[in-house]
Design a protein around this ligand. Structure first.
Ligand SMILES: [Mn+2]
Length: 426
């Protein structure tokens, strides 16, 4: 990736607008750009967006700036970007196949058949501005984890560099969520590795191990080395008693950020925290939080959990009314579930509430319907199916094989469901 022309553009500008995506990777990208550009003495404005749309472009055109940097979005919509502005695109989504307009400098690892998350591209760019920006590597790590690609291609080099800089440590630990910020018995109760999923059973199990839960609340990270070893051994024994296949398959890598505050030190938790801020559209708060004001963190997470709980209880209450086929569940939520949350709800359903192999969530936002799909069926490629089904209805869609999303016009939900069933049937 050659950043020379991009750096020239930055050197000529004094007032820069950063436009970035609202997910974890996009927020990390923006954080890296804001800090590195401010350090270079630039005035920086930020606009966080769910996607590139005509509406967004007209909003951007009203904002006074002499350079616009798009991060973690932009490549897919090169022909929509303003023609009369200096523009840099730092993205990793598949570029639109058009002649790149003169005013745009695009840097995208896909063009070199590499994979690197948006925040990784922004990090390399920030190093070209000034080598001192290498402390911002934490956000490149979190961005890659948020996009699920930390062990893939160029992201791996970022990870190794972060370890070398003594900003990241990777430890083997239990395959549970919430190593730092969740109470141990909650983490265990919700974990797939643990056969007991009733709260009192889990507490009793820990008591028998003499792992004291009274006094200061304890997360996995708060345990001593001996306690961790004892816990691991007893979980394996419990799995053997329950005849679970591969009883020792209970470990995963924990990515620990050594220079971040404790609340943000587990990079996986950090990435879900950023996603929560993004989905609740707390964009001012998220950058305050990233600048060290952790006061809003608990409040925003509590709000996010409440919102998920409300949506989930609506969906489970209405489960009997949803359309189902042998293998597919359709959660047609209309306005009852926020379109930012529908993907999370679909994930929760496929991971435990329904036996169906595919879950399709639909939620209204303005004049459109957002679609989120999840699958447990190896033979199904949701990326392909969603892109074709949505295209047929004049919308757009795509993503990954096991999780994909899309958008169609409001009123076309029934038609979509029929076409989707046909495609999956084939
Ligand atoms: Mn990304």
């Amino acid at each position: 990736m050659d950043f020379r022309r991009a750096i020239e553009k930055v050197n000529k500008a004094s007032n820069i607008l950063v436009v970035s995506h609202f997910d974890c990777d996009g927020l990390c990208s923006a954080k890296i750009l804001i800090d590195s550009l401010k350090r270079a003495g630039k005035q920086v404005k930020v606009k966080i967006a769910k996607e590139i749309s005509l509406e967004l472009i007209s909003e951007i055109e009203k904002i006074n700036s002499d350079l616009i940097i798009f991060s973690d979005l932009g490549s897919g919509y090169l022909s929509l970007l303003p023609e009369n502005r200096e523009i840099i695109v730092l993205d990793h989504h598949t570029p639109e196949k058009v002649q790149i307009p003169q005013n745009i400098e695009q840097i995208n690892p896909v063009l070199e058949n590499k994979e690197l998350c948006g925040a990784g591209v922004c990090y390399l760019f920030s190093l070209e501005l000034d080598r001192k920006n290498q402390d911002l590597i934490d956000f490149a790590v979190v961005g890659a984890i948020g996009d699920n690609q930390i062990e893939i291609s160029e992201n791996k080099k970022i990870k190794e560099k972060a370890i070398q800089l003594k900003r990241l440590k990777i430890e083997k630990g239990l395959k549970i969520f919430g190593h730092v910020n969740r109470l141990l018995h909650e983490s265990l109760r919700n974990a797939n590795i643990f056969p007991l999923n009733n709260d009192s059973h889990v507490v009793q199990f820990l008591n028998e191990l003499k792992i004291d839960l009274k006094g200061k609340p304890k997360s996995y990270c708060d345990l001593t080395k001996e306690e961790k070893e004892k816990l691991t051994l007893e979980i394996i024994k419990e799995r053997i008693r329950e005849n679970i296949e591969n009883p020792a398959d209970i470990f995963s890598d924990i990515y620990i950020l050594l220079k971040q505050p404790k609340l943000l030190s587990d990079a996986l938790e950090f990435s879900t925290i950023l996603n929560a801020f993004g989905r609740l559209e707390k964009f001012d708060e998220v950058f305050e939080m990233l600048s060290g004001n952790l006061n809003t963190l608990e409040r925003v997470l509590a709000e996010y959990r409440r919102k998920i709980a409300t949506c989930l209880s609506w969906a489970t209450k209405n489960l009997k009314n949803f359309r189902k086929t042998e293998n597919i569940l359709f959660i047609d939520a209309k306005k009852n579930i926020d379109s930012n949350i529908i993907g999370t709800i679909a994930s929760i359903f496929i991971n435990g509430i329904t036996d169906k192999k595919i879950v399709v969530g639909l939620a209204e936002s303005d004049n459109e319907v957002k679609i989120s799909t999840r699958s447990k069926e190896q033979k199904i490629d949701l990326d392909l199916i969603l892109s074709e089904c949505c295209k047929k209805l004049g919308g757009i869609g795509g993503g990954h094989k096991e999780a994909a999303g899309g958008k169609i016009e409001k009123g076309k939900e029934k038609e979509f469901i029929n076409i989707f069933c046909e495609y999956v049937g084939e």
